[in-house]
Design a binder for this molecule. Structure first.
Ligand code: NAP
Length: 250
């Protein structure tokens, strides 16, 4: 079996996840680019990695679907036979709404994809990486949001609550498996220039919010990815349960 480490990036086809996938491949990871629906975007990321001499595959799975998560990890087992890192990056926002306007369906979907999906993916990764299960150890990085601290009033309090759950997941899981060779950390991105804002009905949000950022600009996906790669790397070998703000001071 190859000794080259394998990283699974959920939502690796676009935005922050795509940047993580491409930078990780450049730093010696073999990469699994997960996506939900946009096959072309995932294929583009895989092609870019391969053109640069790296190794990657795309796997479709909706992290809001427990059975698809199980199948995805089984596909990783079948293709690479090992797993060394997980980036729980897949996540959604929704249209700006007050909480007294939100439907149960909206909130349930938000939590299913952002929270349940991350917890179930972490569980699958722990079953493969933890020394308790015969694994060689590894690292998990969860993508939270500054919304967990700021609350996103008037936009999406449900999203903010889902990201606060990611912070708690990070702290609890880090402590739960700290002695089993697996480190668990999180990044809280601020306003990052990706397509997520358009998917929440606010295509200009990154530019419009720039004046509220102390650094006066949105972040780039690569700036988040660099922090993710640091937390995955041996340079962060004594860091677990940490949550790093990558937010231009916001
Ligand atoms: P994005 O540009 O909208 O990309 C989202 C990615 O997640 C895509 O690859 C998408 O796949 C995938 N995805 C969405 N739903 C999925 C599902 N149910 N199952 C599997 N994959 C799914 O988003 P982004 O801005 O890069 O955000 C990435 C993460 O950073 C999210 O967790 C987000 O909450 C967090 N974040 C972003 C910002 C920001 O300002 N951008 C700030 C704070 C936190 P398809 O291509 O198939 O749709």
């Amino acid at each position: 079996m190859s000794e080259v480490p394998v990283l699974l990036v959920t939502g690796g086809s676009r935005g922050i996840g795509a940047a993580v996938s491409i930078i990780a491949a450049g730093r010696g990871w073999r990469v699994v680019v997960n996506y939900a629906a946009n096959r072309e975007a995932a294929d583009r990321v895989v092609a870019e990695i391969k053109a640069a001499g790296g190794e990657a595959i795309a796997i479709q799975a909706d992290v809001g679907n427990a059975a698809e998560i199980v199948s995805m990890f089984q596909a990783v087992d079948g293709h690479f036979g090992r797993l060394d890192g997980l980036v729980n990056n897949a996540g959604i926002v929704d249209m700006p709404q007050r909480i007294d306007e939100m439907s149960a369906e909206r909130v349930e979907r938000m939590m299913r994809i952002n929270v349940t999906g991350s917890i179930l993916c972490a569980g699958e990764a722990v079953r493969r990486m933890s020394t308790r299960h015969g694994g060689k150890g590894g690292a998990i990085v969860n993508i939270s949001s500054m919304a967990a601290k700021l609350g996103s009033p008037g936009q999406y309090v449900d999203y903010a609550a889902s990201k606060a759950a990611i912070d708690a997941l990070t702290i609890g899981l880090a402590r739960e498996i700290a002695a089993e060779g697996v480190r668990v950390n999180a990044i809280r991105p601020g306003i990052i220039d990706t397509e997520i804002h358009a998917s929440g009905g606010l295509p200009d949000r990154a530019r419009d919010m720039a004046p509220s950022v102390p650094m006066q600009r949105p972040g780039r996906a690569e700036e988040v990815a660099d922090a993710v790669l640091y937390l995955l790397s041996p340079a962060a070998s004594y860091i677990t349960g940490a949550i790093l703000d990558v937010s231009g001071g916001r």
